[in-house]
Design a protein around this ligand. Structure first.
Ligand SMILES: C[S@@+](CC[C@H](N)C(=O)[O-])C[C@H]1O[C@@H](n2cnc3c(N)ncnc32)[C@H](O)[C@@H]1O
Length: 236
């Protein structure tokens, strides 16, 4: 899928801020017991800052593995990065993991690929190992949007809902949790994120559609934008 090249998701946004990562990792550690011997894999790791921070806070003995189809120049040095597609990684790796993280990445895969990926992840878990899958919350999503972005977001959330149903059908024992992060962002900064097409739903929009969207958000919000970034988390 050529249109799924996301370059600016964690490029100096709240999603790569120390506070967000600290809060996300706190959520993880509350839901899975990890220790310095834990082996961790992040599928669709982006710049790998979440994984790098886990390495430091748990003092992991083995560098955690992060895979992504994009090899960012400014990725975190504390991780063992492999430029790879989600499923192809398992063709060459024989490692087993205590935690496999798939955060805000599964929606970019076809249903066939999701099934295959989850099968492979399950096979490559250690005893008591867990898979954490996180997607945008589909119910009362608060992400600041403009009209065309909202239409695309709703469509994407509907598909996510189907993905979550598929996962529940395949793995009925899955647990469900929520991760909520309160964002307060300077409007200018958010507009730059929109301009940089930080989220996949913006990728197909034309330059003009983005400019119209920027005007709409500029008009709709004051200098600071506040909302809750809410994620659904499935634990398998
Ligand atoms: C929305 S970002 C999420 C990044 C990171 N997990 C986070 O939550 O901050 C989605 C990431 O998945 C990567 N990606 C997309 N398709 C992929 C695939 N087939 N295999 C591995 N990574 C993929 C993208 O390049 C991007 O870095």
């Amino acid at each position: 899928m050529a249109s799924t090249v996301i370059k600016n998701w964690d490029n100096k946004t709240w999603l790569s801020s120390n506070d967000y990562i600290k809060s996300f990792n706190k959520f993880l550690f509350k839901n899975i017991k990890l220790n310095p011997n834990s082996e961790i894999l992040d599928i669709g790791c982006g710049r790998g800052k979440i994984l790098g921070t886990i390495k430091s806070s748990l003092k992991l003995k083995v560098k955690p593995t992060g895979i992504d189809v994009i090899n960012h120049k400014d990725k975190d040095k504390r991780i063992n990065f492999k430029k790879s597609d989600a499923t192809s990684f398992f063709l060459t790796s024989k490692k087993k993991f205590d935690l496999i993280l798939i955060k805000q990445t599964i929606h970019l895969l076809t249903f066939k690929k999701i099934k295959r990926l989850l099968f492979l992840c399950k096979k490559n878990l250690k005893h008591n190992g867990k898979i954490f899958i996180l997607t945008l919350d589909g119910k009362k999503n608060e992400l600041p949007t403009f009209r065309k972005m909202k239409i695309r977001l709703n469509k994407s959330l509907k598909r996510d809902n189907k993905v979550l149903k598929l996962i529940t059908r395949l793995y009925p024992q899955r647990k469900r949790k929520n991760f909520i992060y309160k964002v307060k962002i300077n409007k200018k900064k958010y507009l730059t994120m929109i301009e940089n097409k930080y989220i996949s739903i913006l990728l197909p929009l034309s330059k003009n559609e983005i400019l119209e969207g920027i005007e709409e958000i500029n008009y709709k919000y004051k200098n600071y934008i506040q909302f809750r970034d809410k994620l659904d988390c499935f634990i398998l």
